[in-house]
Design a protein around this ligand. Structure first.
Ligand SMILES: [Zn+2]
Length: 130
């Protein structure tokens, strides 16, 4: 996978601009500080908080991920493996709860990547430092 792509930054916790700096403080979605973000990219200084409430809309991106995950698991479990729908529903809810931190982080990175195009060679540090 090219490191100069939006998909790379979304999947690997990287800055959507330079593809080098980390987006979240920790690389694991299942750690205590899974929701802690850098305010600026530690490598290029890109602002990760463009405006107050910017990430409010990422909730809808997260909803799309939940829906896609549910439909894919439904197709595999109920249609392909022919397991009863009740077992699928009982298993679906805990997995959705367990995947909440992962989808939270994925949705925020996706939402910011929509608005920032990748420029891996650009290094811009804001005035006054990071
Ligand atoms: Zn960066």
């Amino acid at each position: 996978m090219s490191t100069n792509s939006r998909l790379h930054s979304i999947l690997f916790n990287k800055c959507p601009r330079c593809q080098q700096g980390d987006f979240f403080v920790t690389n694991s979605a299942f750690s205590r500080n899974f929701d802690k973000m850098h305010e600026h990219c530690p490598h290029c200084g890109e602002n990760f908080m463009p405006e107050p409430g910017f990430y409010w809309a990422s909730m809808f991106v997260s909803y799309a991920f939940y829906t896609i995950y549910s439909l894919i698991t439904f197709a595999i479990v109920v249609k392909w493996l022919a397991i009863d729908l009740d077992y699928f529903l009982v298993g679906l809810v805990p997995t959705l709860i367990l995947l909440t931190p992962y989808f939270f982080r994925l949705a925020r990175r996706t939402w910011l990547s929509i608005f920032i195009s990748p420029r891996p060679n650009r290094v811009h540090l804001p005035e006054g430092g990071i």
